[in-house]
Design a protein around this ligand. Structure first.
Ligand code: FES
Length: 377
């Protein structure tokens, strides 16, 4: 543990990754590709303790995520406790398992908000990308969410397969009365990193999709009544500056994995030489304020050139540590998405080479590490 901790505010956003188990097999899932090896899930009592400790530290938003959090038998109990503690709670779900009875129980427990994932506006692509027949189920679940009067975010990960459907995806979200549609361009972590050549769009495909989003926003301006707001999450491989990942390492975001590992981002498990603490044996306050892992990339003293002297370093915090590691081999390097990074050319190459590497089979998320291989449609 560090003896001189860097001053830090509260972990405002607590993400409880209740389980890595999931009935879907999405090709862009950000969960660790070795997720099936992580078996030692925390008990209800341990999760309640995490929620209580984090709330005392000032956590205000709580996301129940996974995997599929509805696979946990104690989800209603956990939501009830979170509500009692005063959290604003969000269920992040594929929809599988959200039956009418479960929805009512979650409503009664005080759940505030639901984020439902879709893979596409067509049954064919939705079901292909998730390797399940879930498109119609998701439509039913979306109606169930609205029937329970929850604010609903529809989340759709974008890539070259569904970018041409963007307008149809927007129309679907409007028809389902979503308050928000999050069009999240693929972030290349976990399974998406393995499948990046299959998922990588061209700049033209992105620009066409973004123009359709802009067109929709213009159409909305003159309308009255309830509206669907569309968020277009930038495709950072095509940017000149990196995203402010997690709003800065150890700044507001605390993720707790199913086995109790506490992480400043969902992918930190894969970073080298980072002794991630575990909530099973270390108090949250100590983890948040004093652990080496949470202090490793806080502030700017860890930064190397060009970030160290960059006048944008307090805006983007050097970008994403995980991306820096995956692409340059060193998590303390500038995120190579940044055009000032000496490794930026690697990102340009990853984009350019993608069309030439699609003979490599696409890999569906699977518990079997020998991985099931399927052809691209
Ligand atoms: Fe880990 Fe960005 S995903 S720091």
């Amino acid at each position: 543990m560090n003896t001189v901790p860097i001053p830090v505010g509260p972990p405002l956003w607590l993400l409880a990754e209740l389980t890595y188990k999931c009935p879907l097999h999405c090709v862009f899932c950000y969960n660790p590709t070795q997720h099936a090896r992580i078996q030692d899930e925390m008990s209800t009592k341990q999760w309640v303790s995490v929620m209580q400790q984090a709330r005392k530290l000032g956590a205000a938003q709580l996301g129940f995520s996974g995997g599929e959090p509805l696979l946990r038998d104690d989800l209603v109990e956990l939501v009830q406790e979170a509500h009692r503690l005063g959290y604003y709670t969000n269920l992040i779900t594929s929809g599988v398992g959200l039956t009418p009875a479960k929805a009512q129980a979650l409503k009664d427990a005080g759940l505030d908000h639901v984020q439902l994932s879709f893979q596409d506006s067509t049954k064919e692509l939705n079901d292909f990308l998730s390797h399940t027949r879930t498109f119609e189920l998701k439509q039913r679940v979306a109606r169930l969410i609205k029937a329970h009067d929850w604010p609903m975010v529809l989340n759709c990960v974008l890539h070259r397969h569904n970018l041409p459907h963007v307008r149809k995806i927007i129309d679907m979200a409007v028809a389902l009365e979503a308050e928000y549609l999050e069009l999240a361009n693929t972030q290349y972590y976990g399974w998406a990193w393995i499948n990046r050549d299959h998922l990588m769009p061209t700049r033209e495909e992105l620009e066409e999709a973004e123009a359709l989003v802009t067109q929709f926003r213009i159409e909305q301006e003159g309308k009255t009544g309830s509206k669907t707001r569309v968020l277009f999450v930038v495709p950072d491989y095509f940017e000149e500056r990196p995203k402010a990942c997690m709003n800065g390492w150890g700044s507001v975001f605390l993720s707790v994995a199913p086995d109790g590992l506490a992480m400043p981002c969902h992918n930190a498990r894969d970073l080298p030489n980072l002794a991630l603490p575990n909530v099973k044996d270390t108090p949250i306050a100590e983890i948040w304020q004093r652990s080496n892992a949470f202090n490793a990339f806080r502030g700017d003293s860890w930064m190397k050139a060009p970030c160290r002297t960059c006048d944008e370093r307090h805006k983007d915090f050097g970008g994403c540590r995980c991306q820096a590691f995956m692409i340059t081999g060193d998590p303390a390097n500038a995120d190579p998405v940044c055009s000032k990074s000496p490794h930026h050319e690697k990102v340009v190459q990853l984009v350019a080479q993608a069309p030439t590497r699609r003979h490599i089979p696409i890999v569906f998320r699977s518990d079997d590490e020998s991985r099931h291989l399927h052809p691209v449609p």
